[in-house]
Design a protein around this ligand. Structure first.
Ligand code: PEP
Length: 251
């Protein structure tokens, strides 16, 4: 039985004041003893604030990106050990915005995944196809390529302490959600692909769905057997929405 996880991706939103209000509302609404996990991935400059406010609570936190390098002359980069210093448990890897806007390739995502793992962070590997790829019928191929790059570098065991998020690019920030059946089909395929390497590990892996998840569609997605929670962008900036998604994951 896999515990569900609902993770927010704040992207490049927030400031000290709005973060404080949002985190206070989350803390008020999410205590210990919930059947699901709740976490937020915040912009790097706000990790210290997040750590101060969430420390000792039932809400986890993480970052949205990490360097593939461990340390050195890499101006502007942030290493996995630096994220650990701020209590991060998670880091998003290969989010479609990083792939599309910053040219992150599968091999860069794989290197970041490995750097995160070796520092003791839990990488949340984001995979997913564009609309053109879906319409061309290559969804499975694209996701296989994204997974295989990580499998090659980190090995199957790398997924033993990782989370995978299926995020169809056409559903991110667009208001279009994959239907529960569409998402389930891809999730089952991801699990099956990993099961070919290690069935036990694949059965335990948390597979999140991301793409316009809201309080109103979360429950039907979470009812699917291979959907173990959600990676939530826009709706994670509204405390009541995000908490309601978390609540749906506890049902
Ligand atoms: C995301 O940024 O990972 C995401 C899923 O965004 P949204 O929920 O806004 O579609």
């Amino acid at each position: 039985m896999r515990t569900k996880l609902v993770m927010g991706n704040w992207k490049m939103h927030g400031n000290l004041q709005t973060n404080e209000v949002l985190l206070a509302r989350l803390l008020a609404g999410w205590g210990e003893g919930r059947a699901a996990g709740l976490a937020v991935c915040v912009p790097t400059p706000y990790l210290a604030q997040t750590q101060n406010l969430l420390r000792g609570s039932a809400i986890g936190w993480g970052a949205q990106n990490v360097s593939k390098h461990l340390s050195g002359a890499y101006t502007g980069e942030v290493s996995a050990s630096m994220l650990l210093d701020f209590g991060c448990q998670y880091v998003l890897i290969g989010h479609s915005e990083r792939r599309a806007i910053y040219g992150e390739t599968d091999s860069v995502a794989a290197a970041k995944f490995s750097a995160a793992l070796s520092a003791g962070l839990i990488p949340v590997l984001c995979v997913g196809e564009t609309l053109v790829e879906r319409e061309s019928g290559v969804t499975e191929e694209v996701i296989a390529r994204q997974l295989d790059a990580v499998l090659e570098l980190a090995g199957t065991q790398g997924f033993g302490r990782a989370v995978v998020a299926y995020e169809p690019v056409w559903a991110i920030g667009t208001g279009k959600t994959a239907s529960p059946e569409q998402a389930q089909a891809v999730h089952a395929n991801i699990r099956q692909r990993l099961a070919e390497h290690d069935a036990h590990l694949a059965a335990k892996l948390q597979l999140l769905y991301g793409g316009s998840v809201k309080a109103s569609n979360a429950a039907e997605l979470f009812a699917m057997p291979d959907i173990d929670g959600a990676l939530v962008g826009g709706a994670s900036l509204v405390a009541e929405e995000f908490l309601a998604i978390g609540q749906a994951a506890c049902a």
